[in-house]
Structures are given as structure tokens and as C-alpha cells.
Design a protein around this ligand. Structure first.
Ligand SMILES: NC(=O)c1ccc[n+]([C@@H]2O[C@H](COP(=O)([O-])OP(=O)(O)OC[C@H]3O[C@@H](n4cnc5c(N)ncnc54)[C@H](OP(=O)(O)O)[C@@H]3O)[C@@H](O)[C@H]2O)c1
Length: 392
């Protein structure tokens, strides 16, 4: 395994007058969160050491030692501090706009929300595109605490929350619509507020770091397969099989939907990984053009931005699902909707290990290394998920 990049915690650039940047005086309350923080941290650390013990392999084996500690189950709303550590930006730009705020406001919860003490978070390409201002027309107002994916512990529940309670270990994608008013106070923080319907109980067999890498990517893979009408006995080509979405799409297609054939593309060093995930055919895009090969597929899932080539290898009447880049008929694009019930549906496969989270072996990145984690994500070479854990 390669060593982590060097840490550079930036000085707190607190801007007063914003809910995310309150005056530093509120900071004093932070010490009160220790029991919950310590419990969440112990779970996250357990997850990291399990991954290391596997010799740095990308596919993370399931383990059962990360569940609740007494401190977690007795967590009370009164232990929640007024402020928290959070990564945030108050202008769009490259990674340099990200600053660590030591005293951001802990978000309030609405009646249908829970407050989650974040144990682990994960980055998605949408976090980087959003930070760069690509979606500014539909974004929530600045300043922004980025992060869609979360795994952690419920420490407070709103009045209308029915299914979750304090102490529950949960995971999910905190923004229902990734591009339409995503949460201003995201998961790269000690606390985040999330609608109950966007969360699911964390599979007990997974650590927080493993679970954090799943929600947005697995929901995208699932929604893509559903929209394509994928079902048992069909064949699929997944472009970008080693990425966050692709690695889960391979596993869902093969192990959940019962695909007759799964083909996927990646560069040479990642071909064995594709096969270990369930691909029957691993295509090395550095040596072959998939569109020149004779095979045709019922469905093509494009997680790379090769829509023009993708339509050349779909069978007549088949579907081409495009996640990014050009869309050429019959291809179509969608933007993922977060839905906790999808995670609940997939939980048995995650519990049994039929579907495994794939945490990039350069991580998990420490909370102090969020800037490095973004810059690694933006190379476009991540294998599976770029996870931040433990938090803080
Ligand atoms: N529409 C939606 O709702 C939605 C949802 C999620 C994601 N997305 C988009 O879908 C894309 C993929 O997301 P992700 O999270 O899977 O990204 P990711 O994890 O960052 O993808 C990285 C992977 O892409 C592979 N890759 C890069 N170029 C490739 C090529 N030419 N052929 C095959 N593989 C290639 C890399 O493998 P190598 O190192 O082998 O090249 C790497 O493993 C992003 O653009 C993202 O914004 C859209």
C-alpha cells in the first residue's frame, strides 16, 4: 500500500455572520460531545485496521467488530455541542478554497431529520465539480461544507422521525437531489443533519469507513440498472469498472440482478480487480477499443463519459445509461436520487459479503487530509471510493 500524502491542516479562516461560521465563543461547548465522539471514532478506527490487516487489498472484507459501544447507545441530545470542526469553502474554485473551520455551527435538525455524529465520509466526483462551481445555478448558498456520503451515529432525532433513534449506526447520501439544492452543511464535518428517509441502518458487518463509501455510488449504480430495465439473464458493459460507481455496478449486475455476462473497462493494473468483483470480461482500455470488439450488450453503463462510443456496442432495443459527458440516442442520462430504502434493500447483500465496498487503498484519508483526498479524487484514477475516516 502506498503511504498517505502529507497532511496540511489549514488555519481556520472563520468568517463571522454565517450559520456555518459562528463567532468562536461557541467553541467552548465542544468538549461535551466526547462520549459519542469517542465511540464513533473507535468504530472508525476498527474499520481502518481491518482494512490494513487485509494487506492493503482494495476489496474490503466484511467484519463484525465495529458495532455500538455503550457510549454510543446512551448518547443524548444534551451532549451535542454548539460548534464543530468542518471543512468548508466560501468561494468556488480549486482545492485551495477548502479550509478547516474549527468552530462551524452544528446544524439544526428539522422535524423529519436526525443529527448524525459523523464517523466517516466519502468523496464523490460531484463534490469536486460542485466546489469548482459547475452547478452554481442550482447549488445551495455559500459557504458550503461539502460531502454527500456519511456513516455515523444518530445523536438527536426530530419530532416526526419514526424509525431511527439515538445511538443507531446509520449511513446514507445526505442530499436527496445531488445537484438541486444539495445540503449546505455536508458530511465533511463532525455533525450533519439528514432526513430519516435518506438513511439506512449500517450493515453490522461493515465498519464506518467501509459504509461511508457506499451510498451515492451504490444508489447511482442501482438507479442506473433500474432505469435501464436491467434484469436476470441480460448482459452489460460497464465503462469505468474500477471507479466508485463502476465497482458497485459490476457487483450489483452480477450478484444482485443475475446478469448473464458482465464486461467492464479499466487500465491494465485493474483488470484482475474487475474480475474479482464479478466481471466475466475485463477490457483493457489502454490496449483495446471496446467499440471495435464484436460483442454487443443489452445495457451499457457509461461512468467515464464515452457516450458516443457506448451506443455502438448496445444491442438493438437495449439501453445506454450515461452518468457523465455526451449523450447520444438511444443513450440517456439521469442524476441520482438519494433513497434510504435502496440501501435497506441492498443491506442483506452487504451483510453477507456478496456485495463489498471498495475503499481505495490510498485511504482512508485522515480528516486533516481532506485537501489531499480531493486532489487524489480529481486525478480520476481512484480505485473504488476515496474515504475520509476517522472524523475528526
Ligand atoms: N449522473 C449521476 O447521478 C452520477 C452519479 C455518480 C457519479 N456520476 C459521474 O460518473 C462518473 C464516475 O463516477 P465515479 O464516482 O465512479 O468516479 P471515480 O471513482 O472517480 O472513477 C475513477 C475510475 O475511473 C476509471 N477510468 C478513468 N478513465 C477511464 C477510461 N477511459 N476507461 C475506463 N475507466 C476509466 C479509473 O480507472 P483507471 O485508473 O484504470 O483509468 C478509475 O478507477 C463521474 O463523472 C461522476 O461525476 C454521475
Amino acid at each position: 500500500m502506498q503511504s498517505l500524502l502529507s497532511s496540511s491542516v489549514l488555519a481556520n479562516p472563520c468568517t463571522t455572520g454565517s450559520p456555518l461560521f459562528p463567532p468562536a465563543t461557541a467553541k467552548l461547548a465542544a468538549a461535551a460531545s466526547v462520549p459519542v465522539a469517542a465511540a464513533a471514532r473507535s468504530g472508525a478506527i476498527a474499520a481502518v485496521s481491518r482494512r490494513s490487516a487485509s494487506g492493503g487489498r482494495c476489496v474490503v472484507a466484511a467484519s463484525s467488530s465495529s458495532s455500538s459501544s455503550p457510549a454510543v447507545t446512551t448518547a443524548e441530545a444534551g451532549e451535542v455541542p454548539a460548534t464543530m470542526k468542518a471543512w468548508a469553502y466560501d468561494e468556488y474554485g480549486d482545492g485551495s478554497v477548502l479550509k478547516l473551520n474549527e468552530a462551524a455551527a452544528v446544524p439544526d435538525i428539522a422535524d423529519d431529520q436526525v443529527l448524525v455524529r459523523v464517523a466517516a465520509a466519502a468523496l464523490n466526483p460531484v463534490d469536486a465539480k460542485r466546489r469548482a462551481g459547475k452547478f452554481k445555478a442550482t447549488d445551495s448558498p455559500l459557504p458550503t461544507v461539502p460531502g454527500y456520503d456519511v456513516a455515523g451515529v444518530v445523536v438527536k432525532a426530530g419530532r416526526k422521525v419514526k424509525g431511527l433513534k439515538e445511538g443507531d449506526e446509520v449511513y446514507g447520501n445526505i442530499s436527496e437531489k445531488a445537484l438541486e439544492g444539495p445540503k449546505q452543511s455536508g458530511s465533511l464535518a463532525e455533525y450533519t443533519a439528514v432526513e430519516e428517509k435518506l438513511l439506512a441502518l449500517k450493515p453490522k458487518s461493515l465498519g464506518f469507513a467501509q459504509a461511508a463509501g457506499l451510498p451515492l455510488a451504490v444508489e447511482t449504480a442501482h438507479e442506473g440498472l433500474e432505469r435501464a430495465g436491467f434484469s436476470a439473464g441480460k448482459s452489460i458493459l460497464i465503462l469505468g469498472g474500477a471507479g466508485g460507481v463502476g465497482s458497485l455496478a459490476i457487483q450489483l449486475a452480477k450478484h444482485v440482478y443475475g446478469a448473464s455476462k458482465v464486461a467492464a473497462t479499466a487500465s491494465t493494473p485493474k483488470l484482475e480487480l474487475l474480475k474479482s468483483l464479478g466481471a466475466d470480461v475485463a477490457i483493457d482500455y489502454t490496449k483495446e477499443n471496446f467499440e471495435d470488439l464484436p460483442d454487443k450488450y443489452d445495457v451499457v453503463l457509461d461512468a467515464v463519459g464515452q457516450g458516443e462510443k457506448a451506443v455502438k456496442v448496445v444491442k438493438e432495443g437495449g439501453s445506454v445509461v450515461v452518468l457523465t459527458g455526451a449523450v447520444v440516442p438511444p443513450g440517456f442520462r439521469f442524476v441520482v436520487t438519494s433513497d434510504g430504502s435502496v440501501l435497506e434493500k441492498l443491506n442483506p447483500y452487504l451483510e453477507s459479503g456478496k456485495v463489498k465496498p471498495l475503499v481505495d487503498p490510498k485511504g482512508p484519508f485522515a480528516f486533516s487530509q481532506v485537501v489531499e483526498a480531493f486532489s487524489y479524487l480529481e486525478t480520476g484514477r481512484a480505485t473504488g471510493k476515496v474515504v475520509i475516516s476517522p472524523i475528526p
